[in-house]
Design a protein around this ligand. Structure first.
Ligand code: HAM
Length: 464
């Protein structure tokens, strides 16, 4: 029989070690894989707060929540996002199931939402269908600041109608959430139109763009050399210096937009002005996913630029049809939650600390412990966040424990209190205490904590 024990040296070698004396294998001290992270309790408070804001603003605007599976058939993503994008060609977590089917962990939320829209006949519902999600996503990206292999996004999709007013409303919503979170001023809204697939619009531009790059390939980075043939629009947002110089002199997409795309974009900018949303027109802005048409936008960090975009989106009028549905216009947006949390922290923005405890219950003796069991339950039901020391520690070490929990109050029950039918309430900050009848403790605690601070959330009632 093998007995696993922890050994700190194991962490250094990352290999299970065998104890020399008794041949007992010592357990590996596991670490998380590169590029993923634990969301520890302190960060959960940020995540919870952000999710609440997203749900609240989403509901206000008529969005309903959807969760699509963590994995889909690989084709869902390669078809939607495009085989020649970095996401599909380099960053997907793809695996075969036991029957040899190719599955992929979702690298983004739009493809799954569109697949669900088609699969569940949502085109028969009142249009547009407005969906939002708050989900983890997976990309085999190079881990660095703000770039993870598992990351959370909240996203919004408006499927079934085409009007620049919808794009403007979506951008307003995206910005509104950032305002609620206190980070809106850190980001500038970059906006562009990448036209449509009509032959006289983007295809004509791409033809001219390729011609412009013809013969200049040797000045391009390796990725861009590949892009000239496979994904020429992405040549415009390469971050490498030489590529950027060439891109700045390349033909401009806005000179090629068809009349319809031009008018659409003009109206969108007009609506943004009407809604007092600042924007930067950025003729080089293209997105890393192939499904976009017309509007594209990103929220860029005002200091570091495109590198750390906190969110982005755009219109994707061809995607539903590309995925097998009827021609259906759509527009959407997603933001990275880890990046938002990092910015909130950097700005010193605090979120409500819902986890803080109110009361610690300390006891001494078997009878006191029995009384404490019901007292703790009653306190919790009254909305008082309570922990109890129900072990066999001395009173002194229980009170030390209470200090470490940083609770404002401790309730103490010993042999004397049980005999007298009382309890001691100790104010931990002031260091004073009073004796109360046991039967009045819960009411007294509610008063001391204050009605507003009680945790009496109720999910609502079911209807039979
Ligand atoms: P995206 O620009 O690829 O768009 O991702 C949106 C946001 O997700 C980014 O701005 C960033 O904050 C976050 N993000 C992306 N990759 C990572 C990563 N490796 N680590 C941490 N955060 C990351 C989309 O995903 C589109 N589906 C948005 C959309 C919705 N377009 C239409 N509807």
């Amino acid at each position: 029989m093998s007995i696993y024990t922890y050994n700190s040296t194991v962490m250094d070698t990352k290999k299970p070690q065998i104890a020399e004396e008794n041949n007992t294998p010592k357990a590996t001290k596991f670490q998380r894989p590169k590029g993923v992270h634990d969301i520890l309790p302190d960060d959960q408070e940020y995540f919870t707060f952000i999710k609440k804001v997203v749900r609240h603003r989403g509901r206000q605007s008529g969005f309903r929540r959807i969760s699509t599976p963590i994995f889909e058939f690989t084709d869902v993503f390669s078809r939607a996002i495009g085989n020649d994008t970095d996401v599909v060609s380099k960053e997907m977590y793809t695996f075969q199931d036991r029957k040899g089917r190719s599955l992929t962990l979702k690298p983004e939320g739009t493809a799954g939402a569109v697949r669900a829209y088609i699969e569940h006949n949502m085109q028969t519902m009142p249009q547009p269908v407005e969906l939002f999600y708050i989900e983890p996503h997976f990309r085999y990206d190079r881990p660095q600041k703000g770039r993870f292999r598992q990351f959370w996004q909240y996203g919004f999709e408006i499927i079934g109608e085409s009007d620049p007013a919808l794009d403007a409303q979506l951008i307003y919503l995206a910005r509104n959430i950032m305002e609620d979170l206190g980070v809106a001023d850190l980001f500038s809204l970059q906006i562009n139109s990448i036209g449509c697939s009509m032959p006289e619009c983007r295809p004509r531009y791409i033809e001219d763009l390729k011609n412009y790059y013809f013969g200049k390939e040797r000045s391009l980075c390796e990725d861009c050399r590949y892009r000239v043939e496979k994904n020429p629009l992405r040549l415009l947002d390469c971050k490498i210096e030489d590529c950027r110089i060439l891109a700045s002199m390349a033909p401009k997409l806005k000179d090629y937009l068809c009349a319809d795309c031009k008018e659409f974009h003009r109206q969108l900018l007009d609506f943004l002005k009407e809604m007092k949303i600042d924007y930067v027109e950025n003729p080089s802005l293209v997105r890393g996913l192939d499904y976009y048409t017309k509007t594209v936008f990103e929220f860029w960090d005002k200091e570091s630029g495109a590198q750390n975009a906190v969110g982005g989106g755009g219109r994707y009028d061809g995607l539903v049809e590309l995925m097998g549905g009827a021609p259906t216009p759509a527009v959407g947006f997603a933001a990275g939650i880890e990046r938002i949390v990092a910015n909130m922290k950097q700005e010193g923005i605090k979120v409500p600390k819902k986890d803080d405890l109110h009361v610690f219950v300390a006891q001494l003796g078997y009878e006191a412990k029995k009384k404490c069991l019901t007292l703790i339950t009653k306190l919790r039901e009254a909305g008082i966040k309570t922990v109890g020391a129900l072990g066999k520690d001395s009173m002194k070490s229980q009170l030390n424990h209470a200090n470490r929990f940083q609770v404002p109050f401790t309730i103490i029950l010993g042999i004397t209190e049980v005999r007298d039918g009382t309890a001691i309430i100790r104010d931990m900050k002031k260091g004073i205490q009073k004796i109360m009848p046991y039967s009045k403790v819960v009411e007294e605690m509610k008063k001391m904590i204050g009605e507003d601070s009680l945790d009496t959330y109720s999910p609502g009632e079911v209807v039979y």
